[in-house]
Design a protein. Structure first.
Length: 60
């Protein structure tokens, strides 16, 4: 993960991202299918890094 000074801990960001991603998977599994999530496994870390950047940039 990208290291940026912030009041938000890395564990907290991972935890929040995991909640959001699990919810997304549960809600959209039928719509996008299992194949989509299988292919996304490689990109989950990138998505989490992007989420961290977004959280930290709004943590002004």
């Amino acid at each position: 993960m990208v290291k940026i000074r912030s009041n938000v801990s890395e564990d907290e960001i991972y935890g929040e991202f995991a909640k959001i991603y699990r919810t997304y998977k549960a809600v959209n599994r039928k719509t996008v299918g299992d194949y989509f999530f299988k292919e996304m496994e490689d990109l989950v870390n990138k998505l989490c890094d992007d989420f961290e950047t977004l959280v930290r940039s709004s943590d002004v």
